[in-house]
Design a protein around this ligand. Sequence first.
Ligand code: 3PG
Length: 215
Amino acid sequence: MNKISEILYNTSILPVVTIDDELNAVPVAESLIEGGINIIEIAFRSDAAAGSIKRVKSNFPNMIIGAGTVKTPGQMELALKNGADFVVSPHLDSNLIKHAKKLNSLCIPGIQTATEIEMAEELGLKIVKFFPAAYAGGTNMIKAWGSVFPNVKFIPTGGITLDTMNKYLQLDNVLCVGGSWIASEALINNKSFIDIKENASEAINKKNNLHTVNV
Ligand code: 3PG
């Protein structure tokens, strides 16, 4: 396992956050860290994404930061320049993946079909995001892919909650689960940082530590 897949696996949970005001970035990251989660995916769904990445990286250099919802090489470069450790896209785009390789960076593409998983493997990837997991087949889909793509690990994201996360984490081809429930946009905009910390520690306490995958 490399450092990023190791922390994804060990944490089991990847909070996906949309930050509208970059002044909220540091308190959000701090709440996650205090709740036991030292990894965050900051989505490029607001103009504050790059600035938020920069603030989190300079305040918490050991926190692993993913840039989410990255759809263009320009966004990828902006994210990496500001301190992102890896990028996540909602879809599979071979140009984006090749661009990440050129920049010596990890890109985790979103997939929904066997064809896309195969394409990701051909591009040299072993980790993909299954998005939106809960609406596109959930755990049954991931189980079915297991025997066909034994070398691929999945990060199911989309519609996952505290109540459903362990159904995913008990599958041996699931690296971790992603989701916005820990630090939703509403919680962030309301500055409900204590709730974010509680959601993080609740998820960490509930996660199924029995999932054993090798990357
Ligand atoms: C993402 O970008 O990964 C998703 O929007 C997160 O999905 P969720 O909001 O349903 O958790």
